[in-house]
Ligand binder design. Structure first.
Ligand code: ADP
Ligand code: MG
Length: 380
């Protein structure tokens, strides 16, 4: 069984790590850069972009194909012979879940609450939308944004003028109010090709400057909110007919759960499932895509926490940080084979403990140690 992964980032790396024990081999369709998984995969199809010819040749070379990101146009996938039987999630699922505007329309149609929003396709519509939503507002690129790229906070008219001056010729934005978030959650759903569902425990996430920074489980939220979040997760997975992992980011605002966005793949919020759950999100993604029985998703420990290794302002030597990281008892390292860049996700640290507080302490200490060696300080 050879599974092709479109994209070669850390999600692909962790899929490969999980798939090795299932006897799966892998090929990557990767852009020319220092992407994580290309360092550990023997078959890499290098491309300059995800056009029809390249994707078709890749699909032909693999038994099944899945994704590390959503940068392939669903129309490209639809045009590839045999894609329906080999590529998961499907083009339809990608259409519904890889574009924030389509996501919100789908949620509205399904009667699942999300923040109030208006779609804008040109500068006049954008100004009109912000006029109706009011300040502070958030404008988000409907497609292609991640880790806060494509999210613009509009505190007043000068921010709107600046955004308008930087807009490309054609765009699609959603505009919504900037909300006071009481908490952010993620619900992860594994759904197999034959429609079996398995949901992970609700995860609590903390974003810094719109980038995921910390995650923990159990969420600490009351049971009613967790049940609502899981119910929405189940309904959304059915509505978009996801195959593999579907991650759903949610806000708690005024004591109610609102859906923020979806990602039709394994997700940063679920990295702690590698150590903390019976089967990780990466293993279940592969099981679902292969239509094998899904693994149990229950926590095997009372609590777990994950802290991302985000490139700090001053360059660090991550390899030299490994020894200090490993000196922190209980801190589990995950390095992504990436060179340093400010703000870049370079890895993460997970810790398991009897309480969320203790797990967070260890994961934070491990992350700080990992990032503690300045670049060029001559260690070795
Ligand atoms: N309407 C909003 N009000 C307040 N914070 C928001 C809003 N929308 C997004 N954010 C913050 O920005 C983060 C990133 O936004 P998101 O829409 O998830 O974009 P991305 O695709 O970059 O993850 C969210 O997790 C949240 O912390
Ligand atoms: Mg997000």
């Amino acid at each position: 069984m050879k599974i092709g992964i479109v994209g070669g980032g850390q999600l692909a790396q962790m899929m490969i790590q999980a798939g090795a024990s299932l006897g799966v081999s892998f090929a990557l369709l990767a852009l020319e850069s220092d992407e994580s998984a290309t360092a550990i995969c023997s078959e890499v199809h290098w491309v300059r972009g995800f056009d029809r010819e390249g994707v078709a040749a890749f699909v032909a070379a693999c038994d099944l194909v899945t994704f590390d990101h959503e940068l392939v146009d669903p129309a490209v996938i639809e045009s590839v012979p045999g894609a329906e039987a080999k590529v998961f999630p499907s083009a339809r699922t990608l259409r519904l879940s890889a574009n924030k505007a389509r996501q919100r329309e789908m949620l509205q149609a399904a009667g699942i609450p999300s923040p109030e929003f208006i779609i804008a396709l040109d500068a006049d519509q954008l100004r009109d939308a912000v006029g109706r939503i009011g300040y502070p507002a958030v404008a988000k690129a409907a497609h292609g944004g991640y880790d806060g790229r494509g999210v613009f906070y509009l505190w007043g008219p000068s921010d709107l003028d600046e955004l308008v001056s930087r807009l490309p010729g054609a765009f699609e934005l959603i505009v919504e109010p900037r909300l006071e978030l009481e908490a952010e959650l993620a619900v992860l759903v594994a759904r197999s090709r034959s429609g079996r569902l398995s949901l992970y425990p609700v995860l609590r996430t903390v974003q810094l400057d719109s980038v995921c920074n910390e995650v923990w489980a159990p969420s600490g939220l009351d049971a009613r909110l967790e049940e609502t979040a899981l119910d929405y997760g189940r309904r959304i997975a059915e509505a978009v007919e996801s195959v593999g992992m579907l991650a759903i980011e949610m806000f708690v605002v005024n004591g109610e759960v609102l859906i923020n966005e979806l990602a039709p793949r394994p997700h940063n919020s679920g990295h702690l499932t590698i150590e903390a759950c019976e089967s990780s999100q990466f293993e279940n993604h592969l099981r679902a895509v292969m239509d094998l029985p899904l693994g149990p998703t229950t926590l095997v420990v009372p609590a777990a926490a994950m802290v991302n290794l985000l490139g700090p302002a001053d360059a660090v030597d991550l390899q030299a940080g490994l020894a200090p990281l490993l000196a922190v008892q209980g801190a589990r390292p995950h390095l992504y084979h990436k060179s340093y860049r400010k703000g870049r996700k370079l890895g993460h640290v997970t810790a398991l403990a009897s309480s969320v507080e203790d797990a967070l302490d260890v994961a934070r200490e491990g992350a700080a140690a990992a990032l503690s060696v300045p670049a060029g300080s001559g260690s070795l």
